[in-house]
Every structure is written in C-alpha cells, then in structure tokens.
Design a protein around this ligand. Sequence first.
Ligand code: CDP
Ligand code: MG
Length: 722
Amino acid sequence: MTQPNVNKKQNNNKVVNKSIHSNKGKFELKKKPTQQPNNDKINNIKTPMEIPKEIILQKESLPVFSAKDALLKNFKEHPTVIIISETGTGKTTQIPQYLYENGYKDKGIIAITQPRRVAAVSISKRVSQEMGYELGEEVGYCVRFDDKTNEKTKLKYMTDGMLVREAMLDSSLSKYSVIILDEAHERTLNTDVLFGLLKSIQKRREKKHPISGVYNPLKIIIMSATLDAELFSQYFNNAPVLYIEGRQFPVHIYYTEETQKDYVDAALITVLQIHIAHLTDKSIDKEEQEDGGDILVFLTGRDEIENLEKLLLDRIPRLPKGAKDLIVCPIFSALPQEQQMKVFEKAPKGSRKVILATNIAETSLTINGIRYVVDSGAVKSKIFNPKIGIDSLNIIPISKASAKQRTGRAGREFEGKCYRLYTQNTFEKLDSSSIPEIKRSNIANVILQLKTIGINDILGFDFLESPPVASVMKSLELLYCLEAISEDGSLTELGKKMALFPLDPMYSKTLIKSIEFECSEEVLIIISILSVESIFFTPKEKKKEVEDVKKIFFSPEGDHITFLNVFREFQKSKSQQQQWCFDHFINLKSMVKVVNVFEQLIKYCFSLKLPIVSCGSDFDRVKKSFIGGFFLNTAILQPDKKYKTMVDNKEIQIHPTSFLFEQKPQHILYNELTITTKAFARNIIPIEGSWLAEICPKYYGTRPQQQQKSTPNQTSIDSFTN
Ligand code: CDP
Ligand code: MG
C-alpha cells in the first residue's frame, strides 16, 4: 500500500458517515498485502525481550499501520490533532508506540487517558507485551489505588480521573510531552474537564518559562470512535481531523418482533439459538459453520452478567449432541484481572466463547473473533437529580450511536450478525447520541478539584460544553453543606483537605468527620470496603449455605458494621486467609484490594497529620460520621414498610442484598441508590432522626426533619460562582 490510508480533514469538509446496517450498504475490506516485519525499525528500539513474530505481523496488519507516516507528520506540524476511526483500528495500542519510537518519549512522558480502569490496565499489559517490556517499567498504568509505573515509565495508560488529580498537584502537567485523550466520544465527566484544563495548559506551555527559559510545549491528541469531531476541532482552534479507515464487514441486524420483558432471559435464549443454529439451519454458510465465531452480549452490569452466566452454565450440560463447547467469559470492572484477560484468549478449536460484557466492550476494548452481537439495548448510567442534589444509577435505553457501535463489533473480521433484543420501532425512537456526563452528573467533585487547581469561576470555565447552571448551583450547594466551601464560594480548610483524598466529596467528608467523632479507623475500613464492588461471592448452588455463613458477621447496627466485622475476622485469620475466605464465601482478591486501599488511605491521613483512632464498639460514632457526608441519602420508614427519601419524599426500598432487608429500621442512611424498575438503596445503616440537625445544621438545622425541599441559604448561592 503506497497511499497512506488516512483522510485529513480541515474544518468543514463533508464526512461520509458509514452506517453498518447490512441492508443499507456493504463495505469493502481493504486487503493489505502481507508485509514482512520491518526489522530495521524494530532494531532501533532497545527492548529487553524478543518480540514474537506473530505480534509484529499483527501490529503491521492493523489499519492504523498504513497511516503511521501521515500521523507522525501531522503530530509534528500541529500542537493538537484529532483522530477518528472505528474501534479495532489500532489507535489505543499503536499510536502511543509510534510516538514513543519517534522521539516524543525523550521530551517527557506520553500519557493515554481511558475512561475505564479495566481498559487502562488491560491495554497497558498488551502494549508492554508488544514492546517486549515488563509491565510497570517502560509501559505502565495508573488507576485509582493502583499505580504500576516507575521512574522509567514513558507510556502511561491512566484513567482520565487520575490525570485530573495530577493536575491538582502540578497545574502545568510538566512531566508530560504528549497527552492523548482516548475514547473522547464517551464524553465522561473527567475527559470533559481535561479538555478545558489541557487547552489552557497547552497555551501556557506554548511560551518559554518566564524564569527558567525552558520551552516545554504540550502536544494534545484526541482520539474518538465516532464521527462528530467538529466540536473537538472547533474547540481546539480548528485542529486537523484525521480519519483512519477501519475495516467493516456487513453485519445483518435482527430485531425482536415484540418488546421483551426480561432481556437477560431473551439474551439466554438468543445465545443458545445462535450456538446450536448450525445443527438445524443448513443455510448457514460453511465458513460460519466451521469457525463458529464468538458471541458478545451487552448487558448493563455485574448482577445481570452473573445472572446470565449462571443461567448459561445451567444449560450448557444439556446442549444437544453435536453442539460445540460453549465457554462463558464475563467481563466487568470488579472481575479479577486474570479473568478479565480471559476474554482475549482464543477459544480452543471446536469451542466457542460467549463474552458477557458491560459497555466496556462497546469501544474501549476490542475483542477479536466476534461474529455475533446480542444487544440488550440498555446501559447503566449515573444520573444526577439537580432538584435534590443526589446521583442515582439508572438502567436506561442506549442511544442510536451506541447501538451502531455495538453492532459494529460483529463485523470487524468477518460478516456478522447482530441481534437487538428490542423492536425496530424502539430503535427508531432512541436518542441519536448519549448525553455527555457533564450534563447529567453531580459535579461537586469536579468543582472541588477545579477550585483546588485555582479555577474559582466554574460557570466561566472554558468547558467543551458547559454543565447546566442548575447542576452547578446544586453541586455548589452540596459543597457548602459539606462545609467544603464558604459562603463566598472559596475553599475552606476542610475543603482543601477533602480535595486531597482520592474520594468523592461525600466520602472524604465522612472520613474527616470521623476524626472529630474519634472513629477514623472504622470509617477508613468501611470506606475501603465500599470502594470494591463486593467482598462476598456466592457460588451458584450454595445460596443457602452462603446466607447461613453471612449471618456470622451480621450486625443489627447496619451493613457497614457487618462489613467491618468481616474485615476484623479476615485480619485475625492471618496465615490462613485463603482458607478462611474460602470457608466464609469471601472474595480473597477483593479483600486484598480492600487492605491495599486501607493502607493507602492511612498514608493520606498521616501526610495530613490526621489521627487514626478506634471507637471500639461505639458505632453511633461511625453512623454520625456518615451523616456528615451522606445527609442527603436518608429515608424514613412508612406504614406500608417501604421508605420515603427525606429530601424529596420518593419511594425507595432496601435492596434484598442488604443485611437490613428484614429489619426495617425507622431512619436509614444509604450510600447508593440504583433505579431499575424500582428504586433500591444499598449499603445501609440505621440512624437516629434527631442526629441530622445536630450534625448537619446547614441543611437540617432550622426545619423539620422530613421532606427538605428548598435550598438552604438561598441568598448566598449567587456568590458561589465567583
Ligand atoms: O483503539 P482501537 O479501538 O482503534 O484499537 P486497539 O484497542 O488499539 O486494538 C488493536 C488490536 O489489538 C485489536 O485487534 C485488539 O484485539 C488487539 N488487542 C489484543 O489483542 N489484546 C489486548 N489486550 C488489547 C488489544
Ligand atoms: Mg481504543
């Protein structure tokens, strides 16, 4: 191939939007001539390990490879470049390596941000293999509570949130020569904040440092999987947009005839039908019959994935004769890393993988070998209610853009099929694209971080797209009630401390409150446990046994204290931790993570000279500390045994996994609200209603304890924005 396969587009040239709907058009695969590995180039790089030939061939067969020279030329000529291509082109794994090989690493670290920690970890692993380095040396990753980099690290895959945190410590991000904002189309809150921060940092670094005379410009690369790049380009002073042509085979789309009540059940039936179709359907072509092709199912979260996994494992032994083996591979963020890597392993001959994934497989991770996609049409999304100021996790319909991305996963290597578990009519009614997180999230954390960096005027900040004024106001109000900012909007001493912890403001406030209530040890442990998804695991046939064992730890004082009991017993088990976890249905890996987070939080406390004290068994102190942070997440028992939230009188229920499901205390405080068909509160502690005004006078001080609806201190709100 002589012509680099890249289209440069300056500003408003028309872009051809490629639909993957098989009925509307076919796309040709541009076959690339098999190329011999270019050993000259590879020999230039000093690598401690020999790179296997298959890896070199695989790298060179990716669509991005033929665009390499054109990309490098543009990087040289422009301070900011926007790259658009379909998922699986090789952007995330290859482009950082091109920069590394071409001198950019000598000017500083090359950072690649990812919205999800799973992607940062797994992709850095892959890239370190491709380059022949141990992970954590030349190539590393940095995610919350887990930093695998050292002083040699030059390619740093990190979550967007970690880079925002680094900007709080070094507002010029001076150690980075290039920052790649990957998966920009996802428009996560942190990536959106980085757009604004990087734009101003780049401007500052354009000039020589006034004192030292050092010239250290910052190169910004924006990578996205969708075509709406105009917004990015305009924001960065009409930066060039490069389109790398990907490969896309036709994908046939099937819809259900009727709306499905239960998409997990529908997914089960669909997966099994796909898996045994070749036994009855002779029209299935030979290639498809022989190589099978893997199945990728999109669900919304861990619960659904584990549920479908269980249903599939039940059915697999009863598959008809002649069916291949079916290997079930779940992938979600709380899954241990080795298991996450399993999705990338090729299924043994004569078997087929079915991958049960969250949205992570939509664009962040490219999994080879997929021929079938089963799309639930749903996604779990954090939604902020600016009226009352709290976030909830809601399961909502995906956008058309997401549906198309999901479909595209089936046509990367061969013709594929996508089974949408919803009707065509439903599809037509979907929103065309998802709403950016900044427009639907609580931005209290962002405000706290920006204020720490020295950016006080939040509404005046140069956002790619501004958050709604109502959200800014409500988030400022929350920070005021948390005592992180004062009436004039400036950070308080408490707020400065809160910002230093890698925690959401409600958690950091709880932690700081626990110093006052002399129970910081317990609160640190509980927060560490709440930072992992679950410490229990429930093998499918042992539900009853698990329930019995869990009772050992139960405390009527609430889920938090029950978790604390688990931690204390785990600590006592010392040399027999593995056996102890096995016997008590506790996930050892999660517990190891909890201990690690606990130790890191202790270090933060030490550096701030905050004392670590235990309250013994006086757990009211723990509860009061949590009220300090989570006073908005409270509810009162109703005569019908349901609960109503105190801030807006909405009906909620205790999630059945809570230890207080049966007990139903009068007042509860919860850490999380998940809204599916009903609103479920999780991680619950009973509280005394009278404590609210005592601990949160700013919110509950002068009014009755129930149904707080109006905002406190209205007169001071205006001054917050300055
Ligand atoms: O970023 P983009 O979607 O353009 O592609 P990528 O993530 O760089 O993926 C390029 C190739 O690397 C794909 O064929 C992936 O399947 C492969 N890959 C892999 O084999 N193992 C990983 N852990 C990550 C990527
Ligand atoms: Mg990518």
